[in-house]
Ligand binder design. Sequence first.
Ligand code: G3H
Length: 456
Amino acid sequence: MNLVRICDACTQEEVNKVMDAAKVAQKAWARTPLWKRAELLHKAAAILKEHKTPIAECLVKEIAKPAKDAVSEVVRSGDLVSYTAEEGVRILGEGKLLVSDSFPGNERNKYCLSSKVPLGVVLAIPPFNYPVNLAVSKIGPALIAGNSLVLKPPTQGAVAALHMVHCFHLAGFPKGLISCVTGKGSEIGDFLTMHPGVNCISFTGGDTGIAISKKAGMVPLQMELGGKDACIVLEDADLDLVAANIVKGGFSYSGQRCTAVKVVLIMEAVADTVVEKVNAKLAKLKVGPPEDDSDITPVVTESSANFIEGLVMDAKEKGATFCQEYRREGNLIWPLLLDHVRPDMRIAWEEPFGPVLPVIRINSVEEGIHHCNASNFGLQGCVFTRDINKAIMISDAMESGTVQINSAPARGPDHFPFQGLKDSGIGSQGITNSINMMTKVKSTVINLPSPSYTMG
Ligand code: G3H
C-alpha cells in the first residue's frame, strides 16, 4: 500500500508571500472583537464535524488510521475548537490591575494594567499521526488569541489537513489569516522555522524539534518530541485492568502515538500472569487494512517499518523472548510483545513508534523508577497499584510531564495540561496553556501625581 499522497511543494518565494499575507491579516484580526473570533471558531468547529466523513477518509488513505479512529479524530478536533473558543473568551477577557504600594518603598501612585496580547504569526507543524487534531490544537489557540497562523502539514496527512483548513475558510475566516504551506520538511523546514516573519513555533514530532529549537532564535517555542512512556506495574495492581491498558496503550493506532506505552516495567511476581493476559488479548486484534477498521494497520513508511524491525532484531540477538512470531508484510507489522528485555537492548530505550512492546521484569519499585528516569525522554508514564499513597510517591519520583494512575498514558481530554520533560519537549500544551503560550503580556502604567488610597 502506498500511503503517500503527493501535494504541491511550495517554493521559498511562495512561503514569503504566505508570511507577508499572514502579517497583514493578523493586524486586522487583532482588532476583531474576542466574541467575534469565538463565533467564527464555533462555526469552523461545526463545519469540521459536518465534514468528518471525507476528512476521515483522507486519514484512512494517507496515514492508515483505522476508520473509526479517523472519525473520532475529526470529531475530537471539532470539540477542541469549540472548547478553545469558550476558554479564550474566559481567559483573554481578563487582565490584571496591580497597585504599586505592595513593593517596599512605594506609595500607591502607580496602577499597572496588564493584559494578554497576540504574538503575531504562529507557525504550526503537526505530525503525521494526528494531522487534523494536533493541527487544530495549535490553530484554535493561535486564532482566539488574535494571531494569524501558517500551517506546515505533515507530508503524510497533508490532504486531510488541507481539507480541515478549508473548513476554517468556509467558516469565513479572513483571507491570509490561516494558510497552509506544503512541502518536504527537509526542503522548506529550515526556511520556514528560521523565517523572520514567524513570531512563535508550535511543533509536534520527533527530534527534529531539537534542531528547530537551536535555530529558531528569539521566538516562543512549544515542542512535543515524543516519549518512551513507562508503565510501572506493582504486585497489588488489578491485573485485568493492567492487561487491558497495556494493549490499548501500547497497540492502538499500531503504537504510533507519542503517548503510547513504550516499555512495561513489571514486578517479577505478577509478570507471568500479565504477559499471559496481554498475549490473549493480542491474539484477538485484527491485523490488516485501515478500511476494514483493523486494530493494527501498516505503519506510516517503509523506513519506519525498517527501523522497528531493526529494534526487534537487536532484541532477538540479545536474547529477548518473543511472545508471538515476528511477522511483517511490507509496512504491516503484526503485534509483538517482547518479554525478558534487558537494558542492553536498544528497544529498552528507543521509541519504536510501532506495534512492538518490550517488557522488563523488575524486583523493586526503585528499579522501575530508575529505568524510567534514565531515559532521555519524559513525556508521560503510568503506574498500576491499588495503593494510592504508593502511586503518588511513584508519580512524584517519575521524571515525566504527566503520570497516569491506573490508566494508560494519553494526552486527552484536550484541556488537560500536556508537557514533556527532558528531550520530550518545551512548554506545556492543553487548550488553556496553549492560548497563554501564544500571547505575551502587555502593561500600561498609570502614574498619579500623588498617592491615592481607595476609601482612604
Ligand atoms: O502522538 C502524540 C499525541 O499527542 C498523542 O495523543 O494521547 O491522544 O493519542 P493521544
